[in-house]
Design a protein around this ligand. Sequence first.
Ligand code: NAD
Length: 439
Amino acid sequence: MKEKFQIEIKEANGKLGVMLPGLGAVSTTVIAGVMAIQKGIGKPIGSLTQMGRIRLGKRDEKRNPLISEVVPLSNLEDIQFAAWDIFEDNAYDAAVKAGVLEKVLVDQLKDELSKIKPMKAVFEKNWVKRLDGTFVKKAATKYDLCEMLREDIRNFKAQNNLDRVVMIWSASTEIYQEYDPVYATKESFIKGMKENHPAIAPSMLYAWAAISEGVPYANGAPNLSADMPAMYEFADEMNVPLAGKDFKTGQTLMKTILAPGLKARMLGLDGWFSTNILGNRDGEVLDDPDNFKTKEVSKLSVLEHVLQPDIYPDLYKDLYHKIRINYYPPRRDNKESWDNIDIFGWLGYPMQIKVNFLCRDSILAAPIVLDLALFLDLAGRSGFKGIQEWMSFYFKSPIHAPNLYPEHDVFIQLMKLKNTLRVMAGEEEITHLGLDYYM
Ligand SMILES: NC(=O)c1ccc[n+]([C@@H]2O[C@H](COP(=O)([O-])OP(=O)(O)OC[C@H]3O[C@@H](n4cnc5c(N)ncnc54)[C@H](O)[C@@H]3O)[C@@H](O)[C@H]2O)c1
C-alpha cells in the first residue's frame, strides 16, 4: 500500500501579486478579463480554477465540487497585477493597441486599466530583433539588471501590501538558443551574469530575479528562460515552484487533443502539415527566422512525444511534420490555422483530416495565465518546489525532470493535474480502474 502524502497547505490569506514581464496582447487580455469578471460583465470561460469541477471518490458518491472548493486558491479580488514592458503604454492603451477585446469593453475598465503602468524592462534587441525598446533599464552588467528586477519585485510587494507574488513571462519570444555551459550550475550562471555572458537572455534575468525573491515563476513563451539546470538547482534551494514553457493554445492545443485520440485507436500517421496566419505583434516577432525557430522547435516536439514512433514504428516512424507561421497583419490577433493530417487505417488505407481553426490566441491564453498564477501560488503555499510537471497541461513544451521525457498528451496531463489536486486535498487519486465490478 502506498504511503499517503500529507500536504499542509497554507491558507490563501492576504493579497497575491501577479507580475507579468510583457504588457502586450496576452497580458492585457488577462488583466482586463479579471477586472471584467469581478464587475460581473464577463465569465471566466476556459479557466479550470474558476469553472472546473473535480470528481472525488467513487462515481456513485456523486461528489463533483468546484476545484476552488477543494484546494485553497486566491480570490480574484485579492489579485493585484503589475507588468514590465519596453513601451511605456499603460494597460488601457496597450489593450486598445492589441485590439483583442472590443473597445466598448475596454472603455468600461479604463480607470482601473490606466492605473497599471509598466515598469522599465530588461531588454536586448539582439534577442527580439523586430522590436525597438525605448523604455528599458540600463546597468553595467546583467547581474545589476537582475538586481534591479529584484528591487521592482520588492517594491511592488511592499507598496501594495502583498502577501505573496508570482511571475509569468508573457513577453515576446526570444531567438533560439541552444544549451550553453553557462546554464550548468548556480555558480556558472551568477558568474555569467557578472561577466555579461552573451548566452544569458533577458527572460533568464527575470526568472533568476523571481527565484531570488522566492517568487514562483512560469514561462509562457518557448524561449529557455528558466529551463536549465542552474535554475532547477536554485529553485530547489529557494523552495520556488517553476513551470513552462509556451502556453498551449490554438493549433497545438488541437494537436494534443487529436493526436492522442488517433493513437488510442492505433491509427497511423504519414504527415501533418500545419500552417498559420496571424497579424499581432507576436506574429511580427515570429516573422524573424531566429525567433520563429524557437517557436518551431516548441511546436514540433509535441507529436514526437505523443506518438512515440520508437515503440510504434509501423504507425509513426515515417511521419512528416511541418509547421509554418506567416505574419499577415490584417488578421491581427485572430489567428487562422489549417492542418492537413494524412492518416492511415486497416491494411494501410489512407484517409485525410482537415482542421481549420479560426481562433483568438489571447482569448485562449488569458485563462491559462490566470490558472497558472493561482496554481503557482497554491504550489508555493503547499511547499512544492522546482519543476511542476503537474502544470504541463498548460504548455506546448512542458519543462520536465532531466531524466524523464515530457508528457504532451493533454488527457494524461489533465489526469496528472487533477490527481495532484486530489492528493493536495487529502483525497484518493482516481485511477478509473473499477475492478470490483467484474471480479
Ligand atoms: N497568445 C497566445 O496564444 C500565446 C500562446 C503561446 C505563447 N505565447 C507567447 O506569449 C508571449 C506574449 O504573447 P502576446 O501575443 O501577448 O505578444 P505581444 O507581442 O502582444 O506582447 C509581448 C510584449 O512583450 C514586450 N516585451 C518584449 N520583450 C520584453 C522584455 N524583455 N521585457 C518586458 N517586455 C518585453 C513587447 O513590447 C510586447 O508588448 C509571446 O512570447 C508569445 O509567443 C502566446
